[in-house]
Design a protein around this ligand. Structure first.
Ligand SMILES: [Zn+2]
Length: 95
């Protein structure tokens, strides 16, 4: 079974547009088999408990970088809804 895939990570630019910020690689092949708490330990769930891991190579769910955060350890990611909640209301209004 080929479970090798990367998790694309997105960011919102100052205009509130989702832009690619990079990808999490390396341990992507293992995470479909992890239990929820293991995924949380590895930073692959949003604080709202949304699982950010794609469940299949064609599962398109977007994980967002915490504002100002990087893609190194510890990994801190947000689901799309939570990332929008952090967006500047002025820029969210103009989208
Ligand atoms: Zn969330």
């Amino acid at each position: 079974m080929d479970s090798e895939f990367d998790l694309a990570v997105w960011d919102l630019d100052s205009d509130g547009v989702a832009v690619p910020a990079g990808a999490v690689q390396g341990y992507a092949a293992d995470w479909p088999h992890w239990l929820g708490w293991q995924a949380t330990e590895m930073g692959l769930t949003c604080p709202c408990r949304s699982d950010l891991r794609p469940q299949a190579p064609d599962d398109f769910r977007r994980a967002f970088r915490v504002p100002g955060g990087g893609l190194g350890w510890p990994l801190r990611l947000l689901c799309e809804g939570c990332r929008w909640d952090l967006a500047d209301p002025a820029s969210a209004d103009s989208r």
